[in-house]
Ligand binder design. Structure first.
Ligand SMILES: Cc1cc2nc3c(=O)[nH]c(=O)nc-3n(C[C@H](O)[C@H](O)[C@H](O)COP(=O)(O)O)c2cc1C
Length: 371
């Protein structure tokens, strides 16, 4: 069944996806999702396809039990960018679908991490911001945290609470360009707070300390003291408000070995339930080497497994209780296996959605089972 789904997707991709450049096809896909989000036929078809291809595999990880060991990573269902909060809120009030895919995509692929959302809306970077490299099964982007902002996203989702998927994550990122640490923490707490206040309680929250595609250097947020402050205050906020949603943290590839050990210690001490390793790898953009664009897919896989190995070593040595979630180049049975060998219980993918299609999760698992 998974094989047939893949053959179908590859012939579709040749005609409708690979014919256009990465950004064009992404835009077309998002527009299409936006237009079918409430169409009975597609809601029914996606649910049926999902139930045929994705049998439930209860997977305890990060303080919850996922229905399936693979999730769609942050950055696909993240919403439109807006210049300011009032425009974003107006769009919600005008019944615009500001987060295309919020309903259809989880029906099709299972658990999805929505976002990243920042406290205030962002237009993101302009010009060409997405590339794909079919030969190396890799993607590159400098989308730059384009999103509608937490207020509008929370309002939008709260008005559709009864249609929200049974499991989903919300990924919150610090506001780029905010240098004052207290203000940055305040923004993150406010962003989470608006979802909570509106009763949009995800299955997990992810704090994204690692976006390489903005004007900020993500390594700054991942020093021991910054991570401890940011994660500590967020945990305090969740505990104080008795929010029963586990916090996960997403980190970068290519940090210094001792930095992974230190971060895991901090996460363990603060009660963070899982760490997602990793976000994309910042590299020169294909069109302007003075700009950074994050690489995902096969090229990232080695860096992601290195990060996971270092995290796992620290965990074994010190008995840390933070689950590892693999992300980076999960594209087939082999990469699933390499994560599995590192005691990774759940995984996320983004590039596989492009190269293997909407049933990537099922296809990857069936390949792994055949290994
Ligand atoms: C176009 C694009 C946008 C992304 N946006 C985000 C984001 O907003 N927040 C985030 O945490 N990760 C984001 N990511 C990173 C992915 O979630 C994932 O960590 C990365 O692509 C590595 O997985 P992969 O190798 O399966 O692609 C984005 C990735 C892509 C390709």
């Amino acid at each position: 069944m998974a094989k047939a789904a893949e053959v179908g997707y590859q012939s579709y991709a040749k005609r409708f996806i690979y014919r256009f450049d990465a950004q064009q096809s992404h835009t077309m896909l998002i527009e299409w999702l936006e237009s079918i989000e409430n169409a009975h036929f597609w809601l029914q078809a996606t649910s049926t396809a999902h139930s045929l291809l994705y049998p439930k595999i209860p997977t305890p990880v990060g303080g919850i039990t996922l229905d399936y060991p693979m999730m769609l990573a942050a950055g696909f269902v993240k919403g439109h960018g807006f210049a300011d909060e009032s425009t974003a809120i107006q769009a919600v009030k005008a019944q615009q679908n500001i987060i295309p895919g919020w309903r259809i995509v989880p029906r099709l692929v299972g658990p999805v991490e929505f976002g990243s959302f920042t406290r205030y809306p962002r237009i993101g970077n302009t010009g060409r911001v997405m590339w794909r490299d079919r030969r190396h099964l890799s993607t590159q982007n400098r989308v730059g945290l384009k999103n509608p902002g937490a207020q509008a996203a929370a309002l939008f989702l709260s008005e559709r609470k009864d249609q929200l998927p049974s499991q989903f994550g919300i990924n919150i990122a610090p506001s780029p360009g905010v240098d004052d640490e207290r203000e940055s923490i305040q923004h993150v707490i406010e962003a989470m707070g608006v979802f909570i206040k509106r009763g949009v309680l995800p299955t997990w929250f992810t704090l994204n300390l690692s976006c390489p595609n903005t004007e900020d250097d993500p390594s700054g947020a991942q020093t021991e003291s910054s991570a401890r402050n940011m994660c500590g205050y967020v945990m305090q906020f969740l505990n104080k408000n008795q929010v029963d949603v586990p916090l996960w943290v997403k980190i970068s590839p290519k940090l210094a070995p001792e930095q992974y050990a230190t971060l895991l210690k901090v996460f363990h001490e603060l009660g963070i339930k899982a760490v997602i390793a990793t976000n994309t790898l910042g590299m020169p953009s294909p069109e302007d080497e003075t700009l950074t664009a994050g690489v995902g897919g096969a090229i990232l896989h080695k860096e992601a497994t290195t990060a996971l190995t270092l995290l796992r070593n620290a965990s074994i040595e010190h008995g840390y209780k933070v689950d590892l979630i693999g992300c980076g180049g999960l594209l087939n049975g082999d990469s699933y296996n390499s994560f599995k060998n590192l005691d990774v219980v759940a995984m996320q993918y983004w590039s596989a959605l492009i190269f293997r299609g909407p049933f990537a999760g099922a296809i990857i698992l069936s390949e792994y089972e055949r290994l």
